[in-house]
Design a protein around this ligand. Structure first.
Ligand code: FPP
Length: 236
């Protein structure tokens, strides 16, 4: 496939509704969601797309029923521990982005472990947004900038702000996919998606297989041909 994006972001929505459709609990949908994410990662490697950022848990997701929050925490924690070795073998570098303050010690340890284990990999960069919010990220950037007493006002540029994001090595999003039918950004990567092409599909995340991914990528490829060159913005 030609004209593929270098960095794709995915809002993996619709796990709960997919599970309900099969008369199963919401947790079943989230579990299936992890399987689909594993397949998606394999497809990205196959298509040689080098960066993927996924929304696993938002700062707003704490408002869900405590039982579901607990399940999502456990699923994330177990998955990053269980899959670490295989992700590393596949050459995948894992970055976890988001607010770490509210996370428990056990999860923090696993995050640090998988990031350390995979830090030298470069086949695919997989950023997992966990306890992440776009506005929270911007607030955290401003706090870090304010704390740097040596910084002059005129030094605050787009480039500088990018350096203060949760992970300064993450490039801009070129293509943002949302499954599950809603046409919203939901506080995901507000800074990084400024120029992203948006793609919405009614398919629930557990239904987003390689065929659906291909349809999405073809849509991106066409848009690139239509809109041509990248417009360089003056830094301000
Ligand atoms: C949205 O579906 C999905 C989530 C809030 C969680 C997504 C998480 C995963 C797929 C697992 C991530 C785990 C790792 C290790 C990255 P929803 O619950 O909002 O579905 P609904 O809109 O149908 O209710």
């Amino acid at each position: 496939m030609q004209n593929l994006p270098a960095h794709v972001a995915i809002i993996m929505d619709g796990n709960g509704r997919w599970a309900k459709k099969q008369n199963m609990p919401r947790a079943y949908g989230h579990k299936k969601g992890v399987e689909v994410l594993k397949d998606t990662v394999k497809s990205f490697i196959k298509y040689e797309i080098t960066s993927l950022t996924v929304y696993a848990f938002s700062t707003e997701n704490w408002k869900r029923p405590p039982k579901e929050v607990k399940y999502l925490m456990k699923l994330f924690s177990q998955t990053i521990a269980r899959e670490a070795a295989e992700l590393d073998e596949q050459g995948i570098k894992i970055n976890i982005i988001g607010r770490r303050a509210k996370l428990n010690q056990q999860i923090l340890k696993k995050i640090e472990k998988i990031e350390k284990l995979t830090e030298d990999n470069d086949k695919l960069i997989l950023n997992i947004a966990f306890n992440y919010g776009g506005r929270a990220e911007i607030i955290d950037v401003i706090k870090k900038i304010k704390a740097d007493k040596n910084l002059k006002t005129e030094e605050i540029t787009q480039k500088l702000i990018s350096k203060y994001l949760y992970n300064p090595t993450i490039s801009d999003i070129e293509f943002l996919i949302r499954t599950g039918g809603d046409k919203r950004i939901s506080n995901f990567l507000l800074w990084e998606s400024a120029y992203a092409e948006l793609y919405f599909t009614d398919k629930y995340w557990p239904e987003f297989d390689e065929k659906e991914l291909k349809i999405a990528l073809k849509s991106f490829a066409k848009r690139q041909r239509k809109f041509g060159a990248l417009i360089e913005e003056a830094d301000q």
